[in-house]
Design a protein around this ligand. Structure first.
Ligand SMILES: *Cc1c(COP(=O)(O)O)cnc(C)c1O
Length: 226
């Protein structure tokens, strides 16, 4: 399948999920996750009209950025970021989806030339394999981020477990939305928290019904090499 075929299918699914939940399609952005595929395939996505690309490793990000030097592309770092790698990636990304500790915030603050739009990652499912803050740590953490002028908390991010139970997945997304509302009500200047990064190839329609504004789609959009 071409990326364009896949994109049209995904857009139609997004349209329907928006209809079901009374939302506007403009409020949902697709991040094409290109970590499994070549620079050529990533370029195909950009040519098809995908304006947001996501990578989860330093090497992949830098390689794709070099191959695709197109000003209209927004670059998202979606994987967990080791503090020692911050200086190599921070000025090459527009969005970070995995802010989950103060030591990372501190390093970003030290290295970034301009403010970074960050999602705070929350581990709602409680799976040990997942990164992110526990729910009971979230508010304090976001509040503490006011001390870092290079960090702008534009939203929250979570990953649902790989399960078939739609209800369980939905509950996780719904809970992230509740936390977003909670933080928005604080009206903290550094944390407008207008965005929700949730939903991947398997569950993006559910995520959109529950309020996602960015869906991170890899396999269903660009496929998976080897
Ligand atoms: C790989 C990855 C995705 C995309 O996964 P697919 O199931 O292929 O859509 C989304 N988010 C994160 C954080 C990822 O690591």
């Amino acid at each position: 399948m071409t990326v364009l075929d896949n994109l049209e299918m995904i857009q139609s699914n997004i349209f329907q999920a928006c209809e079901r939940s009374n939302r506007r399609t403009e409020d949902v952005k697709i991040i094409g996750v290109t970590k499994y595929v070549s620079c050529e395939r990533a370029r195909e996505a950009v040519d098809a009209g995908v304006l947001h690309l996501g990578e989860n490793r330093k090497e992949g990000l830098l390689k794709k950025r070099q191959a695709i030097s197109d000003d209209k592309v927004n670059w998202h770092f979606i994987g967990s970021l080791q503090s020692r790698k911050v200086k190599e990636v921070i000025d090459y990304i527009d969005f970070l989806h995995s802010l989950d500790r103060l030591s990372l915030a501190k390093e970003i603050n030290k290295r970034a030339k301009k403010p970074v739009q960050c999602f705070v990652q929350v581990n709602i499912s409680g799976e040990e394999s997942k990164h992110g803050l526990q729910e009971n740590e979230l508010e304090d953490f976001v509040q503490q981020l006011k001390h870092f002028d290079k960090i702008k908390v534009i939203g929250l991010m979570t990953m649902a477990p790989h399960i078939d139970n739609e209800q369980e997945i939905r509950q996780i997304f719904r809970r992230l939305k509740e936390w977003q509302t909670d933080i928005q009500e604080k009206k903290w200047d550094h944390a407008p928290c207008t965005e929700l990064s949730m939903g991947m190839s398997n569950d993006y329609q559910i995520a959109i019904e529950e309020g996602a504004t960015f869906v991170r789609i890899g396999t269903a959009l660009v496929g998976k090499d080897e």
